[in-house]
Unconditional design. Structure first.
Length: 261
């Protein structure tokens, strides 16, 4: 396994803790009954002693169950915080790098697409209205991205005003998704300070149904390169494959970019 796999959070299994607690309780019950059964106490005293032992064990098990539940909640909260960006609720960069491994069975044999999204005009909003409004814009943009993608697609905040969507999509489907993302991000944002308009640039890297192992690093490098080309030439979006074929003009019609400025 790679360091990404070894460094990933482990699955939570609270039922195993409950199983261990049940075994311990049985052992304690047997151990507590041995002196009672082998003693010279009369029947009433044995009932009283056994009842006291039972109450004591019930209290111990109840507290153990509560402790196990609190521990499970803490682990789930810690795992969520380790995997997600706190501002947007999307996956963070580390979790994105593990997304391909986590979904390897569900995405096996399917084409993959990685869309690298950068918000154009974010720095202007940050400079004019401050970082708090900039954070508000980031959170709203993330919410729009989440509404556009499918439930099982992986969406992450890569850093700053950059987002990534990783999904099992063919090139035609990735093109449709990019156009929907450009459309929703081009709509005005109603922020606390003002209504602002921004645009977005998207670079797309695609793979065919995987015969060899593809890494997220490779897709990120290709999509990032395409995104910078789309931003430089105001294309809206472009596929990395089009850059390799010498077709830098690929992208949506210019009205999409002009309407978002």
């Amino acid at each position: 396994p790679s360091m990404v796999v070894l460094g990933g959070p482990r699955d939570i299994h609270p039922h195993r803790s409950r199983q261990r607690a049940s075994i311990i309780a049985i052992v304690m019950i047997v151990a507590s009954l041995v002196p009672v059964v082998g003693s010279s106490l009369d029947t009433l005293d044995r009932v009283v002693v056994s009842s006291l032992f039972a109450l004591l064990l019930a209290g111990v098990l109840l507290r153990s169950e509560r402790a196990i539940e609190r521990s499970a909640r803490s682990e789930r909260r810690a795992q969520y915080q380790a995997d997600h960006d706190m501002l947007t609720g999307l996956l963070n960069r580390a979790a994105l790098l593990r997304a391909l491994h986590r979904n390897r069975e569900r995405w096996a044999g399917q084409p993959l697409a990685l869309l690298f999204i950068d918000l154009d005009g974010f720095k202007r909003v940050n400079d004019n209205y401050g970082h708090a409004v900039g954070d508000e814009l980031i959170a709203n943009a993330a919410a729009r991205i989440r509404r556009v993608i499918r439930r099982d697609d992986a969406a992450a905040r890569y850093g700053g005003d950059e987002f990534v969507v990783l999904a099992p999509l063919a090139q035609a489907q990735a093109r449709q998704l990019a156009e929907r993302l450009l459309a929703t991000l081009g709509e005005p944002f109603e922020l606390s300070a003002a209504e602002v308009r921004i645009a977005a640039s998207i670079g797309i890297a695609c793979t065919k149904p995987r015969e060899t192992e593809t890494t997220v690093y490779e897709l990120l490098r290709e999509a990032d390169s395409a995104m910078y080309h789309a931003k430089e030439y105001s294309l809206g979006y472009i596929f990395h494959d089009d850059l390799r074929r010498g077709r830098p003009e690929s992208g949506p019609l210019t009205w999409q970019r002009e309407s978002a400025v």
